[in-house]
Design a binder for this molecule. Structure first.
Ligand code: 13P
Length: 248
């Protein structure tokens, strides 16, 4: 039985004060949440969020990491740095990193490797563009993205990886994949993992992301192969995020 995981990706949002208010709001409603809950916060707010969530059920995540351990990489953040703030999870391969910052499947695979080498759990994001879906290439794209990571870290490493399927056309657009579209792709992802290892295919959590909100979360999370959500916009409102956490 796979545990439901709900992760909030705040992206480049909130201020110092808003980050406090948001975390306090989430904490105040966590008592009856059974899912594992992660907040992936902007780097400057990690320290304050770490302090707020001590001894709580809330887990801290980062949104990116550099493949190098240290050195002349202006503006970048290393695995050691995020671990200094109690971070256990890191988003890797988000479509915004792929499209805006040139992260290829190979770079993403290296980042997954670095995260694992540092005992961080990668939230490994994959997903197709609208044009890929419309031309019937969803499975081709998604399998290429997964294969790059399998080639880099091996199938066994998926014991410590959370996959997030985020169709790019659904991110921040208000257009959510239908439960059937999401479920079908999750089944495909699991079948691809099963070609390498049947047990790992069954135990790997596969989250859905892309305009998940309080009105569609329950239906998506009810699908057999959808094990949770990676939430953008709706993770910035404590009450909405909590409702999604409770829908799982
Ligand atoms: P939205 O929920 O805002 O569509 O963002 C999804 C996402 O990109 C999470 O990583």
């Amino acid at each position: 039985m796979r545990q439901v995981i709900i992760a909030g990706n705040w992206k480049m949002n909130t201020s110092k004060e808003e980050a406090d208010t948001l975390v306090m709001g989430i904490l105040s409603g966590m008592a009856d949440v059974k899912s594992k809950v992660i907040v992936c916060v902007p780097s400057p707010y990690m320290s304050q969020v770490e302090a707020l969530i001590v001894h709580s059920q809330l887990n801290l995540g980062a949104q990116n990491l550099n493949i190098n351990a240290s050195g002349a990489f202006t503006g970048e953040i290393s695995a050691d740095m995020i671990k200094d703030f109690g971070v256990q999870y890191v988003i890797v391969g988000h479509s915004e990193r792929r499209s805006l910052y040139g992260e290829t499947d190979e770079i993403v695979a290296q980042k997954v490797q670095v995260a694992l080498d540092n005992n961080l759990t990668p939230l490994f994001c994959i997903g197709e563009l609208l044009e890929d879906r419309e031309s019937g290439n969803t499975q081709v794209i998604v399998s290429k993205q997964i294969q790059a990571v399998i080639d880099q870290v091996g199938i066994d490493a998926f014991k410590n990886i959370i996959v997030a399927y985020e169709p790019v056309w659904a991110i921040g657009t208000g257009v959510t994949a239908t439960p059937q579209q999401a479920q079908d792709t999750h089944v495909f992802i699991r079948s691809m993992l099963a070609e390498h290892d049947a047990d790992i295919a069954q135990t790997t959590p596969i989250l859905y992301g892309g305009s998940m909100n309080l009105s569609n979360a329950a239906e998506l999370l009810n699908c057999k192969d959808i094990d949770g959500g990676l939430i953008g916009g709706a993770s910035l409102k404590a009450q909405d995020f909590l409702q999604i956490c409770k829908a799982g």
